[in-house]
Design a protein around this ligand. Structure first.
Ligand code: ADP
Ligand code: MG
Length: 554
């Protein structure tokens, strides 16, 4: 008809769809988890919007997700009566990928040589709605935004285009119909028209969804609710299995991998709340991108209130996922109120402490997990040394650094201090662009020759916190590239003094000749094989900082 438009997928979306269609992702069952997860989000959003906007012409009386199959047509439909989408939203949300880190994801995917590498990447990225195309060769979506009169019909076979047209009789919410590919067990493609299979998938992946997830019998009988609908954080910890936590984490985070660590917290008394937090096992691709979202989900008495609640999580813990459910907040709570609320600040402080102490116990109880954590998130956590004054010591406690002691294994500061030589006053470090650069630096020579361990700091953030942080365990940090570093015994000092006098003429000649270029020329005890090196003043910028400031145009 005249109203049907054919539109192009945005190019990233097109690339992603190609990938999904030629899917290398073996667990195809996950498509249903994604559709149910989207339906559940849509119901959460509707309840919240109806609560905030009393004028909204929406029906919230019987919110649910229905799954319906037609064996003859080989279709499967996931239908919700949630918030729905307007035409522009369909184009913007389904026809494009707005997720930050997409470009990075596609670039890495091109580089990934093998199927395992691609699977792992897809797992970290999470392909959401597009996972439908793992099992379907055509997808039809009919949706109507709550409060709006007209609906939209969208259809695509996952090639470069989709069609979109208005529909007048769409019910409120969204129905996604998959035209299923023939079952092919070799390709992990099951018969998704079989009721038992659907029940199995819903129980495994979507049991905790708070809305009824129902299977509609083919004969048109009463729909049957399959999920138990219990909020995980409200159940006793001893009753919840690891698989349940994992699936809940996946729903929240859109990460397809399992979390590295699960953290539960319960506060009773005047301000009651429960928290269920997760440390992911891999850093997201957009961890260092500005536009990325952060923060946990906020619930009030089991009712979803807010995504990405930044007020509850500091920037340097932006990778932490989870839910906080508070008893005594209003459903109407706004960001402004959260920012000022003293209870919220106390809650945030407590969550941060709990996360840091959990990582600390991982160090002794699960050293491999701790190593993974630090490798993936250490660079972000170190930002806390600058931002979170109260927890500086706790962050230093859980930090690890490369060091000259063992090139294979980072060291904690406590381990460094334990290995310090007798009489050593400082924790020595050197900053630089790379480990090789630092190792080839003449500054390191004397330290190496005398057997002093030096921390090898190569992250840009390292430059900043070493200046800001006083020390660790009573030992100050000392750059080996700055100021006069005293490694000598009394006898060696006398010898240097004598030599200084012997070379006095040469040194003053050098100082004059080099003129403006240098402040002073000194005999050095740092060097063993290089003839000379340049040393910064204690309070001067290091060469890397100088570069950074220059790059910023200062
Ligand atoms: P994600 O859920 O990670 O955002 P998806 O690919 O699963 O990514 O979905 C993309 C977007 O499409 C969602 O964020 C949501 O805005 C919209 N959407 C998908 N399914 C529905 C639905 N059933 N009802 C309303 N909006 C939906
Ligand atoms: Mg989704």
């Amino acid at each position: 008809t005249a109203h049907v438009e054919t539109l192009q997928f945005q190019s990233e979306a097109r690339q992603l769809l190609q990938l999904v269609i030629h899917s290398i992702y073996s667990n195809k069952d996950t498509f249903l988890r994604e559709l149910v997860s989207n339906a559940s989000d849509a119901l959460d959003k509707l309840r919240l919007e109806a609560f905030r906007d009393k004028e909204l012409a929406a029906d919230t009386s019987d919110l649910h997700v229905d799954i319906e199959v037609d064996k003859d047509k080989r279709t499967l439909t996931v239908r919700d009566n949630g918030i729905g989408m307007a035409r522009d939203e369909v184009v913007g949300l389904i026809g494009t990928i707005a997720k930050s880190g997409t470009a990075e994801f596609l670039r890495k995917l091109k580089e990934a040589q093998d199927a395992a590498g691609s699977q792992e990447l897809i797992g970290r990225f999470g392909i959401g709605f597009y996972s439908s195309f793992m099992v379907a060769d055509k997808v039809t979506l009919v949706t109507r935004r709550a409060g709006s009169a007209e609906g939209v019909r969208w259809e695509s076979s996952g090639e470069s285009t989709y069609t979109i047209e208005p529909v007048s009789d769409a019910p409120q919410g969204t129905a996604v119909t998959l035209h299923l590919k023939p079952a092919d067990p070799e390709e992990h493609l099951h018969d998704y028209t079989a009721r038992e299979k659907l029940v199995e998938i819903i129980k495994r992946y979507s049991d905790f969804i708070t809305w009824p997830v129902r299977v509609v019998p083919e004969d048109g009988g009463e729909p049957e609710t399959i999920n138990s609908r219990k909020a995980l954080w409200a159940r006793p910890a001893s009753e919840v299995t690891e698989d349940e936590y994992t699936e809940f984490y996946r729903h929240l985070s859109h990460d397809w991998n399992a979390p590295l660590e699960t953290i539960r917290l319960r506060a009773e008394g005047t301000f009651e709340y429960q928290a269920l937090l997760f440390l992911p096992s891999r850093a997201p691709l957009d961890l260092f991108m500005r536009e990325r979202k952060r923060g946990v989900q906020l619930y009030v008495k089991r009712v979803f209130v807010m995504d990405d609640c930044e007020e509850l999580m500091p920037e340097y813990l932006r990778f932490v996922k989870g839910v906080v459910d508070a008893q005594d907040l209003s459903l109407n709570v706004s960001r402004e109120i959260l920012q000022q609320d003293r209870h919220i600040q106390l809650m945030r402080r407590r969550l941060v402490k709990k996360i840091l102490s959990t990582v600390k116990s991982m160090m002794t109880e699960k050293p491999d997990d701790y190593a993974t954590f630090w490798r993936e998130f250490g660079r972000a956590v170190k930002e806390g040394l600058l931002d979170d004054f109260d927890n500086r010591d706790a962050i230093l406690d859980i930090a690890s650094f490369d060091s000259t002691h063992d090139p294979e294994k980072p060291t904690t500061l406590a381990q460094y201090v334990e290995r310090m030589k007798e009489g050593q006053e400082h924790i020595y470090y050197m900053t630089g662009e790379s480990r090789t650069r630092i190792e080839n630096s003449p500054h390191l020579e004397a330290f190496r020759a005398k057997g002093f361990e030096v921390l090898v700091l190569t992250d840009p953030i390292d430059e900043m916190w070493v200046d800001a942080v006083a020390g660790f365990g009573g030992k100050k940090f000392q750059s080996i590239a700055k100021g006069e570093v005293d490694l000598d015994t009394e006898d060696e000092k006398k010898e240097t003094q004598a030599r200084q006098e012997d070379f006095a003429e040469l040194l003053s000649w050098l100082t004059e000749t080099l003129g403006e270029g240098v402040k002073e020329v000194r005999l050095s005890s740092r060097l063993t094989t290089s003839p000379a090196c340049i040393v910064g003043d204690t309070h001067e910028l290091s060469p890397m900082m100088e570069k950074m400031y220059r790059a910023m145009g200062q």
